[in-house]
Design a protein around this ligand. Sequence first.
Ligand SMILES: *[C@@H]1O[C@H](CO)[C@@H](O)[C@H](O)[C@H]1NC(C)=O
Ligand SMILES: *[C@@H]1O[C@H](CO)[C@@H](O)[C@H](O)[C@H]1NC(C)=O
Ligand SMILES: *[C@@H]1O[C@H](CO)[C@@H](O)[C@H](O)[C@H]1NC(C)=O
Ligand SMILES: *[C@@H]1O[C@H](CO)[C@@H](O)[C@H](O)[C@H]1NC(C)=O
Ligand SMILES: *[C@@H]1O[C@H](CO)[C@@H](O)[C@H](O)[C@H]1NC(C)=O
Length: 399
Amino acid sequence: MASKSHFYLNTLFFLLLSIFCLKSSSWSLLDTERDYSRWVSWNVNNHQKRAMLMAKSTVQTPGADGKFVLDGKLRQAEMNSVRVTVSQDGTGDFKTITEATNSIPPYNTRRVIIAIKPGVYREKIFIPRTMPFVTFLGDSSEPPTITGNDTASVSGKDGKPLRTYQSATVAVDANYFVAISMKFENTAPHVIGTKQGQAVALRISGTKAAFYNCSFYGNQDTLYDHKGLHYFNNCFIQGSVDFIFGSGRSFYENCHLNSIAKKVASLTAQKRSNSSLASGFSFKDSTITGSGLIYLGRAWGDYSRVIFSYTFMDKIILPQGWNDWGDQRRDSRVYYGEYQCTGPGANLTGRVAWARVLTDEEARPFIGTYYVEGDTWLISPENLSSPAFKSLMHPGTNI
Ligand SMILES: *[C@@H]1O[C@H](CO)[C@@H](O)[C@H](O)[C@H]1NC(C)=O
Ligand SMILES: *[C@@H]1O[C@H](CO)[C@@H](O)[C@H](O)[C@H]1NC(C)=O
Ligand SMILES: *[C@@H]1O[C@H](CO)[C@@H](O)[C@H](O)[C@H]1NC(C)=O
Ligand SMILES: *[C@@H]1O[C@H](CO)[C@@H](O)[C@H](O)[C@H]1NC(C)=O
Ligand SMILES: *[C@@H]1O[C@H](CO)[C@@H](O)[C@H](O)[C@H]1NC(C)=O
């Protein structure tokens, strides 16, 4: 039983920890197993501390976790949102998505909701850093498709190969991007044995981006979860090789991951390349199905980090589960965790020795939208349109 003095010691420990964490905002030099375990307990404690602060917070704004303080720029942008429509039949403000984004002034400060009518849009779309607060809103009964088929080897305007980065059908460098009921596609086939076949459907490089009810179709390298804080809810993601990859810090909730691998491949290739980065993919309440035999992840970065929780895994998962990409030094550096998963693919018997079965405490920091700091920026589409939320956004007014 915990005594009172234990409690005080713990509190003191938390305080010291938080001071330490403020000083070194990131954790570095994780080279030994001891540092590694220290990081695991730091992560658990840090989460508990944040949860305590959050519970004490008196600011009540409805969001993904019920309570949060919305980041000021975002709040301003949402309060002044504008809406334009895109329709191929000419009944909207624009006929193409590109025309709609071209109409947005640089450094806009308002949320621009681009409502896109059903249809197949063969457009290569780039949302630059100077174009924050853009929403692609599709029709939920018939989501519009944005399609392309560029690959890494296709020549760009300068005659040089596009490479993976520029193969994306839709590329977003801006922050605060949102997509709802959209289908992102790259139709280039994956031919085993050929090089430079990477063909990205969507690349997200801006931070604080959310995707609801979207689908991502591709083969090799479908979803480039490049960098920043990202949230995916109720999304369908399909591909063959490394089809979710990059250095993002992302929370995937209630998503369906479908492999179309022909032989052996990997679902994720998470690139956490050094120990001071907070990046990593966390999948919760998801489903993995499809063909081929796949690893849950392979270590693109030395410190790759991927967690699956409450996820159904079909029989396509290789018993080893995880792959170090031929570099054994990575075995002691990566953080590959599984927690409360089900299905034939979730059998832990054949897993590599360095895979982790997370305890309740170890899993907790990864299994909520707080993992991506959602309390400062995530607003569910349902909340946005609710009158209660609107009146909270405009305090003192009755809407
Ligand atoms: C991409 O599609 C275009 C138009 O359908 C076609 O001409 C081209 O050959 C395709 N390229 C690749 C690499 O598949
Ligand atoms: C997403 O799809 C679900 C059904 O799967 C629906 O209930 C929900 O309203 C949709 N959300 C949005 C934002 O369209
Ligand atoms: C880790 O990555 C960060 C961000 O890219 C960089 O500033 C830092 O120098 C890197 N540290 C090491 C040890 O490579
Ligand atoms: C897990 O796999 C092992 C080895 O293939 C097998 O013996 C065991 O029965 C499996 N467990 C379950 C619960 O399916
Ligand atoms: C905000 O959304 C959450 C879950 O989506 C819901 O439980 C809550 O009632 C909503 N609040 C408002 C004010 O719309």
